[in-house]
Each structure stands twice: as C-alpha cells, then as structure tokens.
Design a protein around this ligand. Structure first.
Ligand code: SF4
Ligand code: F3S
Length: 106
C-alpha cells in the first residue's frame, strides 16, 4: 500500500484525494491517511502531494516506519474524503518541518 507520512501533518493539502481511483483516503483534523486494505498501489497520488508526504510502503524514508500502523489504524475511524479542499491555514509554514507526529490530532 501507499502510506501518508509525517510531512502531511499540519499541511493537509488534499490534492491526493482527487486522483485516487478507489477513494481510499480518510480525513482527520490535521492529517489524512490511506486505507491499506483498499489501496491498489496505482501510485497516482504520490506525485500529486505538494508536501511529498506519500510513499510506497516498500520505499518509506528512514524514520517513517510508524506511519504504516498509523495509516491502518486511523483509516478505520476517520471519515472518507474524496474532494479537494483548502489546505490548513499555516500549511506553507509547516511544510518541511521535521517530526510533526507530536502534533497529530486523532
Ligand atoms: Fe489511491 Fe492509488 Fe494512492 Fe493507493 S496508490 S491511495 S489506490 S491513488
Ligand atoms: Fe497530505 Fe499531501 Fe494529501 S499534504 S492531504 S498527503 S496532498
């Protein structure tokens, strides 16, 4: 499956959801996740993310391993999102800041 990782937190640009053919993105207050059971590994979402926060599970950057379980867990509780909306207000400021997991709102 593809995995949404740290740099989505506090940005949530949502460009990713528009291209997913199986609508498997789920939305929380300041982060999105992909349901790994629904993702068909088409890779269409990866280049759409302005924050470069989406990776194949097989090519996860070092330090992002925890997001495999986070995506799987939160996809089961958050609502589905299929249409792009405005990014979070301070998205540009937070884009690229390291270690945002501490700010994840569930
Ligand atoms: Fe959706 Fe394809 Fe991205 Fe999986 S890889 S979340 S199926 S767009
Ligand atoms: Fe997040 Fe990137 Fe989608 S910032 S909401 S994964 S476009």
């Amino acid at each position: 499956a593809f995995i949404v990782t740290d740099n989505c937190i506090k940005c949530k640009y949502t460009d990713c959801v528009e291209v997913c053919p199986v609508d498997c993105f789920y939305e929380g207050p300041n982060f999105l996740v992909i349901d790994p059971d629904e993702c068909i590994d088409c890779a269409l979402c990866e280049p759409e993310c302005p924050a470069e926060a989406i990776f194949s599970e097989d090519e996860l950057p070092a330090g992002q391993e925890a997001f495999v379980e986070i995506n799987a867990d939160l996809a089961g509780t958050w609502p589905n999102i299929t249409e792009k909306k405005d990014p979070l207000p301070d998205a540009e400021e937070w884009d690229g800041k390291p270690d945002k997991l501490q700010y994840l709102e569930r």
